[in-house]
Design a protein. Structure first.
Lengths: 295, 233
C-alpha cells in the first residue's frame, strides 16, 4: 500500500489546488443548477401547456372590461360550443378579475378598467381524443368574428428552444470548467513532481513501480480535490440559498418552475466527489507520463 | 551478475562521460571503485542500479540484457540491488523505522515480517533505540547506518555505495566499510565508490580505477577485463 505521506502536500505549487478546485466546483455547481432548473422548468411548462388551449374573443369596438353586452353573449356561446366538442375536457371562461390579475404585473391596476381587453376561455383537452383545431376555428368563426385559438405552440416552441440552447451552453460551461480544472491539476502535479523529484528518484531506485509512485500523487490530489470541492459546494449552497430568498420575493407563474427540486439539489452534492475523482485521475496520468521518461 | 561490454554514456550531444567500459561483477565479490571527482564513478554506479541506461554497448544485470528487458520488468531487477548514497537520502517526514521499512513496503512485504526484519536490522547497526526518531536528530554516521540498513533490508544480491564515507570522519568511515565487508561475507556482492585512497589502502579488496572516463586496465587480474587491481593493506 502506497503511503500518501511520502509526498507531503504542504510543499510546492500544489498548495493552491484546493482553492482552484473550490472555485471550479462553485462555477460548475452554478452552471449545473441553472441547467437543471431550466430542464425542470421546460418539462413543467410543456406538461402545463401541452393539453391546453386558450380561446381569445377580441373585444368589439367601444366595449370595456367588465361591461356586459355582446361580448358576454359570445363568451357564453363559445363556451357552450366548446363543451359540446369531442376531446374537450373542460372549457372555463376567465373572470375579468382573473384577467386583470394576469395583466397586473405589466399594466398596473389603474389602466386595466379603461382598456378593451379580450375575453379568454381556458380549455383543457382530454388528451385521449385528438382534436382538429382548424375545424374548431372554423366553427368558432361562425359564432362571431375575431375569435382566435391559441394552442401556445409558437410561444412554447420558442421558449423551449431558448431553454434548450441555454442548457447546452451550461453543458459547454461544465465541459470548459472540467478542461480548466484538468489543466490546473496537470500544472500543479508537474510542479509537485518536480518539487519531490528526489523522493521519486529514490523510490524508483528502490524498485517502486510507476503505479506505486503515481498512487502517492493520486491520493494527495484526491484529498486536495475533495477538500476544495466541499469548500466550493458550501459556497454554492450559500449562494443558492441567497438566490432562492431573492426569487421568493418575485411574483410570477414561470419563476415557480425554476425552483430546484430536492433531487436536483441532492445531485449537486456529487460535484465535490466528481472533482476529487477528476483531480485524482488527472494527477495519476500526469505522473505516469512524467515517469515514462525515466528508465 | 553485472556485465558491461563496450558500454558508453553521453548526455545529449556532449562528449562521452564513460567510454568503452568492460566490467564483470561476480556474485559475492567486493570491489572498491576509485577515481578523481568527476571521473564518472557515480554514473557507473547509476548504470549498475539501473537509474540510467547506457548510450551504447551491452549491459547485462542478473542475466538480463538491459536493452532487451521491458521497462515494466526493470523494477523487479532494481529490488535486488541496494544503494547507499553519500547524502544518505533519508526521507525527512518518516522516522528511522519507516525509512528502513520502505523497500519492503514497496515490494509489498507482509507488515509483521517487515516489523521483525527492520527491528532486527536496526539492532545490528546499533540503532535499535532510535527507531522512532526523525533522521534529522541523528549524527552523520548514524544517518549513514540507517541508509545502509535501508539498502540491505531486502537482502539484495548487489550492494552499491556511492561515496558512503564522504560525510563522516575517518573512524566512522572505517567502521562503515567493515560493515560492508560483513555484508560481503554473507554473500552480497558489494561495490563501494570512494575517492578516499587512504581508506581503500586499509582493506585488501580489489580496486576498480576510473580515469578519463574509462576503467584503467589492470593486467594483474584476468577475471575482470578492465580491472580490478589489488591494493595491499
Amino acid at each position: 500500500m502506497a503511503r500518501p505521506d511520502l509526498i507531503p502536500d504542504s510543499e510546492g505549487a500544489g498548495r493552491f489546488l484546493p482553492w482552484v478546485v473550490a472555485v471550479m466546483v462553485f462555477f460548475a455547481a452554478l452552471a449545473g443548477a441553472s441547467g437543471l432548473a431550466l430542464h425542470q422548468a421546460t418539462g413543467a411548462w410543456r406538461n402545463d401547456l401541452i393539453n391546453t388551449i386558450t380561446v381569445e374573443i377580441l373585444p368589439l369596438k367601444g366595449t370595456k372590461t367588465g361591461q356586459t353586452g355582446p361580448d358576454s353573449s359570445r363568451v357564453i356561446a363559445v363556451t357552450k360550443m366548446l363543451r359540446a366538442t369531442a376531446g374537450v375536457a373542460e372549457a372555463r371562461p376567465l373572470e375579468d378579475a382573473a384577467i386583470a390579475k394576469l395583466l397586473h404585473p405589466w399594466l398596473g391596476g389603474g389602466l386595466i378598467g379603461d382598456l378593451p381587453l379580450p375575453r379568454l376561455i381556458d380549455v383543457r383537452l382530454s388528451g385521449s381524443q385528438a382534436i382538429d383545431l382548424s375545424l374548431l376555428a372554423k366553427q368558432l368563426a361562425k359564432i362571431g368574428p375575431d375569435i382566435r385559438i391559441d394552442d401556445h405552440q409558437l410561444w412554447l416552441g420558442k421558449l423551449i428552444r431558448l431553454s434548450q440552447s441555454l442548457q447546452w451552453m451550461m453543458l459547454a460551461c461544465l465541459a470548459m470548467i472540467c478542461f480548466a480544472t484538468c489543466a490546473v491539476v496537470i500544472f500543479g502535479t508537474r510542479a509537485a513532481f518536480a518539487a519531490h523529484l528526489e523522493v521519486v528518484n529514490l523510490l524508483h531506485v528502490m524498485g517502486a513501480r510507476d503505479g506505486y509512485i503515481a498512487r502517492l500523487f493520486l491520493w494527495r490530489a484526491m484529498a486536495m480535490g475533495l477538500k476544495g470541492g466541499l469548500l466550493g459546494l458550501a459556497v454554492t449552497a450559500a449562494a443558492l440559498f441567497a438566490l432562492s430568498r431573492l426569487a421568493a420575493d418575485l411574483e410570477g407563474p414561470l419563476l415557480g418552475n425554476l425552483a430546484l427540486s430536492p433531487l436536483a439539489l441532492l445531485s449537486l452534492t456529487v460535484l465535490p466527489f466528481l472533482a476529487a475523482l477528476l483531480t485524482a485521475v488527472t494527477a495519476r496520468r500526469t505522473v505516469l507520463r512524467e515517469l515514462s521518461r525515466m528508465p | 551478475m553485472v556485465r558491461f561490454e563496450n558500454v558508453g554514456v553521453r548526455y545529449g550531444a556532449g562528449p562521452e562521460v564513460l567510454r568503452d567500459i568492460n566490467l564483470h561483477i561476480a556474485p559475492g565479490s567486493f570491489h572498491f571503485l576509485t577515481g578523481a571527482s568527476g571521473a564518472g564513478k557515480s554514473t557507473l554506479l547509476k548504470l549498475m542500479y539501473l537509474g540510467q541506461l547506457p548510450s551504447r554497448g551491452f549491459m547485462q544485470v542478473f542475466g538480463h540484457d538491459v536493452a532487451k528487458t521491458h521497462r515494466n520488468d526493470l523494477p523487479a531487477l532494481r529490488r535486488r540491488i541496494g544503494v547507499v548514497f553519500q547524502d544518505f537520502r533519508l526521507l525527512k517526514n518518516l522516522n528511522v523505522f519507516d525509512n528502513v521499512a520502505l523497500p519492503l513496503r514497496i515490494a509489498g512485504e507482509d507488515e509483521k515480517r517487515t516489523r521483525n526484519n527492520v527491528s532486527e536490522l536496526l539492532d545490528w547497526v546499533g540503532l535499535a533505540s532510535r527507531l522512532r526518531d526523525n533522521p534529522d536528530t541523528l549524527s552523520g554516521g548514524e544517518q549513514q547506518r540507517v541508509a545502509i540498513a535501508r539498502a540491505v533490508i531486502s537482502k539484495p544480491s548487489l550492494l552499491l555505495a556511492d561515496e558512503p564515507t564522504g560525510n563522516v570522519d575517518d573512524r566512522i568511515a572505517y567502521r562503515l566499510v567493515r560493515l560492508f565487508e560483513e555484508l560481503h561475507r554473507s554473500g552480497t556482492a558489494v561495490v563501494v565508490a570512494t575517492h578516499n585512497d587512504a581508506l581503500v589502502q586499509r582493506f585488501s579488496q580489489p580496486v576498480l580505477v576510473l580515469a578519463d572516463s574509462v576503467l584503467q586496465p589492470c593486467p594483474a587480474d584476468a577475471d575482470v577485463d578492465a580491472g580490478p587491481r589489488r591494493k595491499s593493506k
